[in-house]
Design a protein around this ligand. Structure first.
Ligand code: PEP
Length: 263
């Protein structure tokens, strides 16, 4: 059975003090839950990963380093190992902070920073080379949804950006399906729309890598997911948790989502 993941993308929000306060609050809530819960229930919690801005990675990682309840990742990385790329951050640097994950191809990177599937492939290579777990994001615009080309758009993003990986390596990747029209808008895909796309993605994985491999890969939903709608969205057979933006900035809201992902 695939273990669910709940990931919090803080984007370009919070001061360092606020980031540490949120991290500590989450730690207290999770520890309290674990103390109250039967040990069987502790293991039912999903994996939780936080994606703070780069400059907070080390400090946020330090909050969780001893109890291991939460992992930390970066929101982006540069594709090169090192060099004259002023202002950029390499996967090796991210790894050296203790972070274990990295987002690749978030729609805000694709839209505002013109990241295309060719560049994202290189970033994936850099991240995997450092042993980071990439969360590869894909998703259609509102126009694609309305013109009924949404499945083809997501298929292209996966085939071009991801499906060059071999069968062993693809297993280290997590996929996040995030319809662009649902990100930060308060509009959420219905549970049926989410499951339909997740099933499509798993079918593509199965055609390319075989049924057993496809069954092992986690596919997260993202787009205005909150503590109220998470349980319904996560109930989809192919939905393995969520990538959460706005609702990850409040500890109790985020914990509500984490609780909805208990197996
Ligand atoms: C995101 O940024 O990946 C996201 C899903 O944002 P929100 O939850 O705010 O829609």
């Amino acid at each position: 059975m695939r273990k669910k993941i709940v990931a919090g993308n803080w984007k370009m929000n919070l001061s360092l003090d606020e980031a540490l306060a949120l991290s500590n609050e989450l730690k207290v809530i999770i520890n309290h839950h674990n103390k109250q819960a039967h040990s069987r229930d502790v293991s039912r919690l999903p994996e939780v990963v936080l994606f703070p801005p780069y400059v907070y990675l080390t400090k946020v990682h330090d909050v969780f380093v001893h109890d291991g309840s939460i992992s930390v990742g970066a929101q982006n990385c540069h594709h090169a190992d090192k060099g004259a790329f002023t202002g950029e951050v390499a996967a090796s640097m991210i790894r050296s902070t203790g972070a274990t994950h990295v987002l690749i191809g978030h729609s805000e990177r694709r839209t505002y920073f013109n990241e295309d599937d060719a560049l994202l492939s290189q970033k994936l290579k850099g991240a995997l080379g450092q042993g980071l777990v990439p969360i590869y994001c894909c998703g259609e615009s509102l126009e694609d949804r309305e013109s009924n080309t949404f499945k083809q758009i997501v298929t292209d993003q996966l085939v071009k950006g991801l499906f060059w990986l071999d069968k062993d390596t693809i297993k280290s990747v997590v996929i996040a399906y995030e319809p662009v029209w649902a990100i930060g808008t308060g509009l959420t895909a219905t549970a049926e729309q989410a499951q339909e796309m997740h099933q499509h993605i798993r079918q593509l994985l199965s055609e390319k890598y075989g049924h057993d491999t496809a069954e092992q890969i986690r596919i997260l939903y993202g787009g205005s997911c909150n503590a109220k709608n998470a349980a319904e969205l996560f109930a989809g057979k192919d939905v393995d948790g969520g990538l959460i933006g706005g609702a990850s900035l409040k500890a109790h809201d985020f914990f509500g989502i984490i609780s909805s992902a208990c197996s």
